[in-house]
Ligand binder design. Structure first.
Ligand code: DC
Length: 220
């Protein structure tokens, strides 16, 4: 069974997807980490970030894998390296290239093949797994998302204001909304789950309930 979890940054997607997969004992696929992995290797090998076909060829050649909650390219654990500000910024343009998105779509389908999977990203329900048994679009109000990000940044020792975080987020949201490819929008048949005021556990409870409903209706 495939469950897709899409939505904007700050809606609590990653932690929810990880916790849900853990609760179910399912495989968790972090597709953002896959785009980050391609970007990391592209920078190391001097592949230009605007060379879509070159990036796609690189992506096709990489053995990206998830093991024990870590991300690997071949045998190399890149889990920490892909989380730097430099990679975050560069990944945006890599993820914009249609040939790269195509290559990643194929890779994501191969990795998920035959497994029970919670897959998380932006296009998982709308593009990559249109036949997923349950599609969830996780949202939160802009203020709530900015509050969460601000708390995370403070915890990392970054000196910034809530106001600045919200303004930057609004700019990114607008960019995402008008992106030519990979624009973020819920699949038509996605269930919208609003996470304002809910703990992670409450969100996971809600998703487990949705899964049970789907299973019951499929069995009926
Ligand atoms: O979720 P994240 O921050 O790790 O994602 C990294 C980048 O990849 C971000 O710019 C969004 C993009 N992305 C995407 O375009 N499609 C996905 N399925 C997942 C991530």
């Amino acid at each position: 069974m495939i469950i897709t979890l899409d939505g904007p940054a700050g809606a609590g997607k990653s932690s929810t997807a990880r916790a849900l997969a853990c609760r179910l004992g399912w495989f968790y696929m972090d597709t953002g980490a896959m785009y980050r992995a391609v970007t990391l290797v592209a920078l190391e090998r001097d592949v230009a970030l605007d060379d879509g076909p070159g990036l796609a060829a690189l992506a096709e050649s990489l053995a990206i894998a998830f093991r024990d909650g870590r991300v690997f390219v071949g045998d190399r654990d890149i889990s920490s390296e892909i989380r730097t500000e430099q990679i975050t910024a560069a990944t945006r343009s890599v993820a914009d290239a249609p040939p790269v998105r195509d290559a990643m779509k194929r890779m994501q389908r191969t990795i998920a093949g035959g497994l029970d999977v919670v897959t998380e990203g932006r296009d998982q329900g709308s593009v990559v797994f249109p036949h997923a048994e349950l599609k969830v679009f996780l949202t939160a109000s802009p203020e709530e998302r900015a509050r969460r990000r601000h708390r995370e940044e403070e915890a990392r020792g970054v000196d910034t204001s809530l106001h600045a975080v919200l303004a930057a987020q609004n700019r990114r949201d607008e960019g995402d909304r008008i992106r030519a490819v990979g624009a973020m929008k819920p699949a038509d048949d996605a269930v919208l789950v609003e996470t304002d005021g809910l703990t992670e556990e409450q969100v996971v409870d809600r998703l487990v309930h949705l899964i049970e409903e789907r299973r019951t209706s499929r069995g009926a």
